[in-house]
Design a protein around this ligand. Sequence first.
Ligand code: FCB
Length: 464
Amino acid sequence: MKTTLRILAFLALIYLIPTAYLNYTEPVEHWDWDEINLDDISYPENFIWGVASAAHQVEGGHTSNNWADWENQVDKDGNPRIARGEKCGVACDHWNLYPQDIKLMKELGVTSYRFSVSWSKIMPTEGVVDTSAIQHYSDMVDSLLAAGIEPMITLHHFCHPMWFEEKGAFEKEENISDFVEFSKHIFLPLNDRVKYWCTLNEPAVFVIAAYFDGNFPPGKQDPKLAAEVLKNMYLAHVKVYESLKRFEGGERAQIGIVKNMHQIDPMNDWNLFDRLLSRTVNKGFNGSFIGTFTEGKYKFSFPTLVDLEAEIPNAPYSLDFVGLNYYSHNAMDFSPDLDEALKTRMYPGELETDMDYTMYPEGFYRAIKEISVLNKPIIITENGVADMDDDMRGEFIKKYLYAVSKAIEDGYDVRGYHYWSLMDNFEWDLGYDERFGLYEVDFETQKRTLREGSKEYQRIVKAN
Ligand code: FCB
């Protein structure tokens, strides 16, 4: 008996000491939704309500960027890079149809539109600016303002010109100056009318997909390079911020970066290995961002794969706001086989969306809390659900917006919210089957139809 007790005590000790060390004792948070009144929400008077999109996903007509090139490639087994071998093509033809799309925004009642500008259309060849592309965005900004909608521009949303890709894009620190130069060409003609600027969209998502998993261009699988590219992208943000701030109107501009705070949680709260693994991955994905923008210290490490540290001392002074994208979390299930261990999985017991993540509104509150350590105003720049059958969109909207409202009530400084997306569009390597739109798009006829579930958003926007 004594021996058994001793063994048990010993086992408890080797479990508890590292658990305490991990400083991660709270179980993954879940709320009791049956006890929650989803109509119990309130938003400040000047809260920004908006919708979001990105150039490559909606505009159509991209011929010379990294994604246009990627869709013509196959992987090492001869499979197409985009699901079902799809091509982006004219997408939603938003380039031509934006006047009618602005009417859709009016119909929703939103007062802000986050969109990205296409670097490859503005600078199709290195050093050459196509003034007609600048004029296009300038006209679009005027139309938005005339409709009472505030434009918010993203400078880099997962795509860049082929000439930049061929030079090694953000793999090389010396290429950052190209991005700074491009930013100037669009900022100068528009900043008299555009107040909100996002430099880069979700660098960590982009880098994991493009340099770790290899399912975004350039399709590399190189953890060390991934860590380097991420560092360069954070540095690029700082350089663009500093450069734009020096121009006339720079002070008035509100410039931020967009971070997806997707949490990586342990599959099993009580499994020490799951915890250790999820904590390590979470530190790389989210911690590297927080460290950079709070202390100027970038760190990305994973035992045996990568360990990179760098100082970006000005990073904490390079944000007028932070853009927060939030969709969900994933779980880690430890395995001694590294490839198996690094697979992210859906958290059990939660409702699955059409993407490989679940509905997890509690995580939205957590994400707001986590990013609030930056001490900057938070603008939600993306949140939405892939739901082809439209059977969870309404519930998604109500629950996620409940979580944001709770966070505001608890004192977190959230200034605005943009739903992803205004309409169905080209979902990167997954192609056209992921339906994120408030409006359903018939890609044959370009007809847009408001989905039933989306009316929850319209209702909440109009009521608040
Ligand atoms: C985000 C991207 C956006 C879209 C949504 C679904 O990570 O920023 O372009 O793909 O996911």
